[in-house]
Structure formats: structure tokens, C-alpha cells
Design a protein around this ligand. Sequence first.
Ligand code: ADP
Ligand code: MG
Length: 446
Amino acid sequence: MSPPRPANALDRLADAVGRAARDVPLVAEGGVVAAVAPGHYRVGGLSPFLKLGERVAIPGADGPQIGEVVRIDARGATVKPFEGAIDARLGTRTWRMEPVSLQPDPTWKGRVVDALGRPIDGRGPLRHGATIVHPFREPPPAMRRARLGGHFRTGVRAIDLFTPLCAGQRIGVFAGSGVGKSTLISMLAAAQTVDTVVIALVGERGREVREFLEETLGANRDKAVMVVSTGDESPMMRRLAPNTAMAIAEFFRDRGEHVLLIADSVTRYAHAARDVALAAGEPAVSRGYPPSVFSDLPRLLERAGPGYEGTGTITGIFSVLVDGDDHNDPVADAIRGTLDGHIVLERWIADRGRYPAMNPLTSISRLSRKVWSPEEQALVRSFCALIARFEETRDLRLMGAWQPGADPDLDRAVAIVPRLYDALRQDPASPKSEDPYRELAVLLKG
Ligand SMILES: Nc1ncnc2c1ncn2[C@@H]1O[C@H](COP(=O)(O)OP(=O)(O)O)[C@@H](O)[C@H]1O
Ligand SMILES: [Mg+2]
């Protein structure tokens, strides 16, 4: 692979003209605004020309204001703008545009873009590649996908021991707010064994975005493309951001790379998809969620994984907010069903100051058996048994009902589990783990 040539002025001009011609076509079907509501407007006269997902523009103070068609009926189409307050009156002229598309390029590594793929890091224009991709692509058909890759070492001890991952796996990080999802995910983003990291930050606070970039990404800063849609952006942007990130990940995967795709959080994506579906007139069926949310979620998550035979693979890590620590809410359930495993972070563990607050007894990687050697699996099983024993007797021991010597298994648990817990502690600044099994074996002997 030859390194990308820096864009010269002529390339940039040709690129700008090409994109302008697509964005503001010389001839386009036109209509008029027929109704305006706080989050969307209706367009008359365009219905026969429109498809769902295409865009409509109206003139705005700073150039055209662009929205997506979210519903079409005989009387008109409902359009939700990507940005800004709606700047339309009845009768404002509108025109039709092609759906959102992106032209990723290897030079996007190290850059930060918004959901529409525009640079937001103040480091100048992006170079656009030759391939046009659409954010809402379908996953490759299951039978034509390559098989999962080998062991993916994350460097996070608790994960590499208890829920080891494979390249191409999809895993969720489930927890209530403030339990450490974003921190754990940023530690994973620093994994050394990937070619590219694509990070979608959806509905996050602006402050966290800078932290992510400047502190936690470390050596992977130049391998990472970040797609950011903060909590104050429109639901359209928040719904688009993880799909844009996935399309960029697919671009690098199709070049044969091992891509780590991280989305924080998928719950905020589901909220945005809910807002859009409600505006499109769908009924709410499950705790306020319209049915399309439950088909949008798997469609996004399924796109992570191996590509066609001969291409690369996307390992997907998705954070899921469990509202009020209720692990059965419908979104968490739908996501859990699509993934190949879940890492559960618990508030009671975080409250004891143990980070990452992962519960090894309830966290599962469905592919761990492919990774563990028989000895490693036996070691992990015996640790889990000790942890279970230790935790279920915690109250008893606090009441003073434990005497050493009465139950050798419990004695062993009391001796080993606190040391195990100590060994699992890790924060973004601590060194990455090379071989967690050996580290543990050494620790337990000592
Ligand atoms: N690995 C860790 N080491 C030390 N502190 C942590 C760790 N993970 C989380 N924390 C603490 O928990 C707080 C909340 O973490 P965060 O990742 O923002 O949670 P969430 O994304 O689940 O809301 C952090 O500000 C930090 O104080
Ligand atoms: Mg967070």
C-alpha cells in the first residue's frame, strides 16, 4: 500500500466542485413547505420524487439547511433537519437531494469529524477518497462473511482473563451512569493490536470528547478517526453518528485492516432513533419506544464483525446505559440479544473503589472458549467459584460468623479473592497487561 499523496490545490478544487455539484444540483425536483413544527416540517409537491433517507434542502441564513425525509405520504413528506432551528415559513421553496454520503480516505486517521463527516478539529479540510459510501449500509450476508479472527488482546486484565475477545466479535459494556463505561472503553481504544480505531461518541458531553482525544487515546491517536455528536446536537445527528462511524470502519475493513469500532453510547443512539421514529408518526409500543428502534439497533450492531472473505474485520465495542441500573429495559435487552457477549459493570463494585467495576460472574464472552486453553479455562472457573463463595458469605463474615479452619474452600476464598481483586485494578494510566494468566499465577504464589 503506497502512502496517500497529499492533496494539491487542483485536487482540492476538483473535489470541492464535485461535492458542490452533488449537494446543490443544477436541476432538482422542488416543492414547498406546507407545515412547520418544532422538530420537523412538511413538504408538499415532492412526495412522488422522494424516497426515505433522501434529503431535502431549504434556503437558510448560512446556506441551505438540510434535512432527511423520515416519512412520505400522498399529501407530503416529513423532513427533520440535521442542524439548527427550523428556518422555514409556509411556502418556502425546497429541493430534493441525494442521501447523505461520505468519501473516507486513509488520511482521515487522526481526525475528528461530525456525523455528516465534516471536520470539527480545526485542522483544515479533509481529503476525500474515491469510494462513496452511505452511512446506512446493510451488513454483509451471514453466509458470505469470513470467519472470526483470532484472540484480540485488549490489555485490560479483567477482560482478557474473564471475557477474552476475538477479532470480529461484538461486545457490549453494560452499566448505569457513572460506573465507568466511558473510562473502560477509552482503555480499550488504546489496544495496540489493531490497525485502526473508529470511535463514535454519541450524546456525550463536549468535555469528555477532549479528554478522550488528549489523554486516553495515547499511541493510538494517529490510528483513530473520531465521529462526534454531542448531547446538544439534533436527534438526526445523534442517529447518524454511529452509522457514519460504522461506514468509516467498513471502509478500512474493506482495505483489509483490523478495525476496532467503539460506540459510546448505543443507548443515546436508541433515544435519537426513538425521537426520529416518533416524529415520523410511528406508535410507541415498548416503554415509549416505537418498533423501528428494535430493527435499527440490530441493523447497526450486525455491521460490526468480519467482512467478505479476503477483507479485514471490525471488532465492535458498544456501551449500553442501563437506566436506574435496570438490566431488563427493552433497549438493553434488544442489544444484549444481538451481541456475542456482555461486560457488566456494577455500581456496588465501583462504590468499593474497585475499577474497572466489572462483575466477572455476570459478564460473558460467547467466544471465550475459542481463546482459553483448557488450563486457562480451569483457572478462570476456579477463580469464579472463589469469588462467588467470597461474595455470598460477605455478610456472614461481617457479622463475625466466620472462623478459619471450619471450611477450607471459604478459607481459600478469603485468602485469594482480595488479592485477585487487587490484581484486577486498572485505570487508563496503568500499564497494559501482557499476559494476565502469568501475572495472576505469579501473584497467587507470592
Ligand atoms: N478504571 C478506573 N479507574 C479509576 N477511576 C475510574 C475508572 N473508571 C471509572 N472511574 C471513575 O468513575 C467516574 C465515572 O466514569 P465514566 O467512565 O465517566 O462512567 P460512565 O461512562 O459509565 O458514566 C470517573 O470520573 C472516574 O472517577
Ligand atoms: Mg460515559
